[in-house]
Design a protein around this ligand. Sequence first.
Ligand SMILES: Cc1ncc(COP(=O)(O)O)c(C=O)c1O
Length: 493
Amino acid sequence: MSSRCGKSGGGGGGGGGKAVTLQNLNPNIIKLEYAVRGPLVIRAAAIEKELQSGAQKPFKKVIRANIGDAHAMGQEPITFIRQVLACVVLPELISKDLFPEDVQQRACDILSSCGGKSIGSYTVSHGIELIRKHAAEYIERRDGHKANWEDIVLTAGASSAIKYVLQLFCNNIGGKPSGIMIPIPQYPLYSASLAEFGLEPVRYYLDEDKNWALDVKELERSLNEAKSKVNVRALVVINPGNPTGQVLTRENIEELIKFSHTHNLLIFADEVYQDNVYADGSKFFSFKKVMKEMGSPYDKHELASFMSVSKGYMGECGLRGGWMELCNIDPEVQANMYKAISAMLCPTTLGQTAVSCVAKPPKEGDPSYEQWKQEKDAVLGSLNKRAKMIAETFNKMEGFKCNIVQGAMYAFPRFELPPKAVEAAKSDGKPPDTFYAFQLLENTGICVISGSGFGQRPGTYHFRTTILPQPDLLQEMLDSFRKFHSEFTKKYS
Ligand SMILES: Cc1ncc(COP(=O)(O)O)c(C=O)c1O
């Protein structure tokens, strides 16, 4: 093979060329985009380095409002979780009697469920039986309905659980690929994973004017348009919503279950923000609960629901803990899925330990209860205040409209851009809202993700900001945002 051929990488092989090149790389990987860690975030990291090496900028630090990572934004860990983790990692701490009795007991229980009584051993692929039982108890307490621990799979965060279920659909039937219905705007794990697996997104728009509700007519429209090209096989619902922050009403969930039943769609209920509900009158209902209470035939509908230790009041993103509950899946399908999961050996044992602490927290009367409750309430109370503060501030800014943040960890305001800004974005080769987000970053250090990364109705502009900066920093961020917006608008008017 000539060196020229080697460079372009035609078929790889000998001659010193690369075996994998952009030309022969799996095109799905090239197609895959994940905005919450995309170009804006890469630039934010570069700016941080520039600041460290003494570059002069109109701001002193980068404010990372781009990703739902609470600890990265200064949230303190929950003591109970960290004490149990400490004890399972270093069991001699248990005998030193440094921590409350319920902490020691939990650590002992987890360790005795691990092979060789060490957290360093592999576990069963779908997770330690004891902790799957803890998750089942949690679901039963939450819903008032039985949960079968054998239908619960512990995973390395909800992301891997979602991908395990998506993989079930990676086949063409009758010459047509599988289509998965996803909300727009959506959390980009879905668009990225669909691209990676060669699955077709079947997009349905959330109704911004009705606080991002799901309108069944819109779902019907989207499904009907897609039907001739793809086999539509599943519906993804994120509740509470990311990036949109809505909490679905029970009636809305019932409609979605009926819709899925009519069209034979497996439901992906992404419920990782189930503890993050702030608005008066909003309440979280799990799909499982609503389905069970709707009775026949809906209580037999296929559902996969997802939960994570990364969100809620714990925010333990880096531990990679989560679970899914599978309901009414064909047993042979489930067995095959478990087989596929077993090839990944097991989720991290530290993530599983965190799942145990979240699914079975201290109960009233336990030695750790008071502190655990006080810490949990403090985090959720503060998030509640920040959720309100963000929406109120944006709604006071000219050209902005922000739905109230009913839940989750984000606001997704809509804003107008002067025509000159749209032209400037065009000459810069960026979508207008991305241009705006880059200008914001370069001028203030605030890193948000533009609406194009999540999807939005054509001609509208949004961005997603988290509500996670701690109160003082958030105030500083919003003040600086307001100032930037007025200068930007002046410049391009
Ligand atoms: C809606 C939603 N689902 C799933 C995830 C994945 O969470 P993890 O894999 O950290 O559990 C996230 C993370 O931000 C999310 O926002």
